[in-house]
Design a binder for this molecule. Sequence first.
Ligand SMILES: Nc1ncnc2c1ncn2[C@@H]1O[C@H](COP(=O)(O)OP(=O)(O)OP(=O)(O)O)[C@@H](O)[C@H]1O
Length: 350
Amino acid sequence: MLTTLSGQWQPRHGFRAALRNRSAHGCSRAAKLHVRAEAASSSQPQLVVVGSLNADTVLEVDRIPKGGETMNAKTLKTFPGGKAPNQAAAAGKVGYPTVMLGQVGTDVNADLLRSSLEEASVDVSHLRAVEGPTGSAIILLQPSGENSIMIVGGANKAEWSFSEEAQEVLNSAGGLLLQREIPEELNIKVAKIVADKGKPVILDCGGGEDPISEQLLQHLTVLSPNETELARLSGQPTESEQEIEAAVHKLQGKGVQQVLVKLGQQGSVLYGAADEPIRQGIFKVDKVVDTTGAGDTFTAAYAVALLEGNSQQDCLRFAAAAAALCVQRPGAMPSSPLRDEVEQLLKSES
Ligand SMILES: Nc1ncnc2c1ncn2[C@@H]1O[C@H](COP(=O)(O)OP(=O)(O)OP(=O)(O)O)[C@@H](O)[C@H]1O
């Protein structure tokens, strides 16, 4: 299955199966969820998403051409991508005022990213245009499903700067959502601005494999890895609940307050928000079509519910419902749900 550039291809392992019988299943929870419906109000302080923007151009080919060979591709399609745009779109689509900060080029892919985000109700007015190409990936997709990928860093790799207006957006943010696709020092810089104002900073661990600096960890309210990322970041195994807890404690020892571990079909667990871990199961779906973007939708929906002032359990439940809707549709950005759809699912399962 094709994922966006920022999707994870690593094999998933371990703890998910062990948790199966333990996690509180989203569908069985009796208490009503009070995710606030007045989400679209522009009086709410914005969720700011900072990260890289990519256009993924996918060519379906029979095989990879040899050196000097010319071949026909069967199809060519270009999709908006990158974890940050996926997450911004997911937040915008559930009706929360969301602004995307990042850099695009001056090519047609910049227009694609802008229009896709605008369609998802994301404010793109502070995206910085840098002469040259937008960050892109050329993906040769073979019938076996194997991808060969060339990346053009483009505007994402150009020197970053924030306009005065963009700085103001950060200063007045209600919360900040980050990923690991931009240089760490940029994440530290923007995280510090928002954390110093006492607002939540959430880091989705997808998009980068390097260790996370303690400087960044200390500015975070919530660190959100899946179990593979948690294993890599902690340098410890995450095959069992005990191992996951030990890995989480190791990261907490470096300064991060809360760790929200995403466990695929086994749901999620939030550590550090209460005395005991808070568990959330999945909303069972009839047919999983494409899990691409489930993690992005989950993290973004969690951030929205948090900024709307819901309890941690309700934030997790809202996120699980949004992600369950996402996995039933193909693609990344287009597969995240609208607010009404999430609320309907929550209502039907309460
Ligand atoms: N098959 C599924 N059915 C219902 N919900 C699912 C399913 N798979 C994942 N989810 C929901 O999506 C959330 C995030 O998924 P996952 O743990 O796979 O994130 P991730 O590894 O970051 O994802 P991604 O593949 O997008 O990088 C899970 O915690 C769960 O709530």
